[in-house]
Design a protein around this ligand. Structure first.
Ligand code: PMP
Length: 434
């Protein structure tokens, strides 16, 4: 790739953007090499500035459940933009999107829109603290909830990619208000609550943890969290920024049959534009300003163009029975890919929930906690990632990030993925031997 147009652009990027990027994992730090600078994307493909085309399984890290530049979404964006890009006042698309979200997801009485998943989580945590008058927050090791100060403790995503469990710049007094537990261990929460339950405002979890690999939880474990929170008057927050509107219309709450007190959304809800949301029980949501004393606001919140993209995305998913189709595609993906991973000398495992997938390298079964992930995975993944990229398949540039199927993928795309994966694993193993 020497002197490729991507390299030239990335040099320019590094001169003006910290690390050359607007979000850290994009920089390829953990896989090495130069990120491809993207010129355009359509359907199942992205194209870099050198004109190379990749079959894309990143889908902008999850939002693009219909694929890139879906025509219905693009039209909705253009039409909305022509009506004005922002009003700073209530508008029809935010009401319609809120009505639709409320009708799809269990237990939402009221919602509020924000502009990112981080903002949704930050606001939900403040609301839980304001409503309960308590300060402590419980999170789980390996779950990532955006770069909210008090939740950047033992987080996954970019932090684990760079081998840093926590961030500099978070005052010790703030992280002292967070309690971090291992996933898959209901007794740990029970014991914590027996000691400190009356000081705990919220328990926040990704019910389908997808930021440190894909750490699928036992349904009984999630149910136990619900019961413990009820017993101690603690607000249970499901962070469904990844899983919301991706695994089912009603997210993980629908799949597990468990309703949280508050839920946070991002990614799919904005159809590729910057949208987040949080919502839930009326008595909690009514504590929000202007109804209540918990302050929360945003100049561009409920932005009409972004709301229109989200509406077009959700309406298309419903009209095309998208979740059913994605479940079928996911099952097909698993049928082809799992045997390829399992058949290697050092067995690897495919972990999947609907259209979210992750390759657990050097693991013969799906891990449920971050501590079970094999340390060898990262270096091996870096080599595999580049073999796949060279063969025209884009995966996330980190061993700990999941992949996403979209409605723009076909069965033949999945066959191509499987064949390319087999070739790439062969190439990595061959190079390791030589
Ligand atoms: N929560 C979860 C579960 C996430 O996966 C993410 C982002 N990957 C966030 C919160 C933060 O969302 P954003 O990047 O939109 O701020």
């Amino acid at each position: 790739m020497s002197d490729s147009t991507s390299e030239i652009w990335f040099e320019r990027a590094k001169a003006v953007l910290a690390g050359g990027v607007s979000s850290p994992v994009r920089a390829f730090k953990s896989v090495g090499g130069t990120p491809r600078v993207i010129a355009s994307a359509s359907g199942n493909e992205i194209r870099d500035v050198d004109g190379r085309v990749y079959l894309d399984f990143v889908n902008s890290w999850g939002p693009l459940i219909l694929g890139h530049a879906n025509p219905v979404v693009s039209e909705a964006i253009c039409a909305a933009a022509k009506r004005g890009s922002s009003y700073g006042a209530p508008s029809r698309p935010e009401v319609e999107l809120a009505e639709l979200v409320k009708s799809l997801y269990p237990g939402i009485d009221l919602l509020r829109f924000v502009s990112s998943g981080t903002e949704a989580v930050m606001s939900a945590v403040r609301l839980a603290r304001g409503a309960t008058g308590r300060d402590l927050i419980v999170k789980f090791s390996g779950c990532y909830h955006g770069h909210v100060d008090s939740l950047l403790v033992a987080a996954g995503s970019g932090l684990v990619t760079f081998g840093e469990p926590s961030s500099a710049g978070v005052p010790a007094q703030l992280s002292a208000l967070s309690r971090v537990l291992q996933l898959n261990d209901e007794r740990a929460l029970q014991e914590l609550c027996e000691r400190e339950g009356s000081h705990i405002a919220a328990v926040i979890i990704e019910p389908i943890p997808a930021n440190n690999g894909l750490l699928l939880q036992r349904p009984e474990y999630l149910l136990a969290l619900r019961k413990i929170c009820d017993r101690h008057g603690i607000v249970l927050i499901f962070d469904e920024v990844i899983s919301g509107f991706r695994v089912a219309a009603g997210g993980a709450a629908e799949i597990y049959g468990i309703t949280p007190d508050l839920v946070t959304f991002g990614k799919v809800i904005g159809g590729g534009l910057p949208v987040g949301a949080f919502g839930g029980r009326r008595d909690l949501m009514e504590q929000l300003s202007p109804l209540g004393r918990v302050y929360q606001a945003g100049t561009l919140s409920g932005n009409p163009v972004a709301m229109s993209a989200g509406l077009a995305t959700l309406r298309t998913l419903i009209a095309e029975q998208g979740w059913q189709r994605l479940a079928e595609l996911g099952a097909h993906f698993q049928a082809l890919v799992k045997p390829i991973l399992g058949s290697r000398a050092s067995a690897h495992t495919l972990v999947r929930e609907q259209s979210i997938f992750w390759m657990a390298l050097f693991s013969d079964r799906a891990p449920r906690t971050d501590v079970e992930i094999n340390n060898e995975a990262s270096g091996y993944y870096a080599a595999l990632f580049h073999e796949m990229l060279e063969r025209g398949i884009a995966l996330a540039p980190s061993a700990f990030e999941v992949g996403f199927l979209s409605l723009a993928h076909s069965e033949s795309d999945i066959s191509r993925f499987a064949a390319t994966l087999g070739e790439s694993l062969d190439a990595v193993d061959r190079k390791a031997r030589s």
